[in-house]
Design a protein around this ligand. Structure first.
Ligand SMILES: [Ca+2]
Length: 132
């Protein structure tokens, strides 16, 4: 493999949602897409676009500030200001999940996107969110 191909692989790898980061939060691979008319999951949980990469959303900023790991403080925080803690949205309402474990519940919301997205209170929070 030549250097250019290797470099491209690295760049692509960095642009795609960090799979290892998704393993550091409860239900990181099952975060529902909050965009209207969309289904499936939101791979780049900490980013403004579903596929990850680029600027971070409020949860991504808090996750980075927490040392890129799930802490009790991060769990209890409501990063997207929608009234639900990150733990509630990701299925760890009691903040007991540890990496590799099974969360107590399923992810019910997106911790970095204020929901429901069409509410007035959410519009400014979600200004940078790109539903594509
Ligand atoms: Ca929230």
């Amino acid at each position: 493999m030549n250097r250019l191909a290797l470099g491209l692989l690295i760049v692509v790898g960095l642009c795609v949602a960090f799979p290892t980061f998704r393993e550091r939060i409860p239900n990181g691979k099952n975060v529902p897409n909050p965009c209207q008319g969309s289904s499936g999951e939101w791979e780049g949980v900490g980013h403004n676009i579903k596929f990850g990469g680029g600027p971070r959303n409020p949860f991504g900023k808090d996750f980075a500030a927490a040392g890129s790991k799930w802490t009790t403080e991060l769990c209890n925080k409501d990063s997207d200001s929608d009234g639900k803690t990150n733990g509630e949205e990701l299925g760890d309402p009691d903040c007991t999940w540890t990496k590799g474990g099974t969360p107590s519940g399923q992810a019910t919301g997106h911790p970095g996107v204020c929901e429901p997205m069409d509410q007035d209170a959410c519009k400014s929070v979600n200004a940078a969110i790109n539903c594509l």
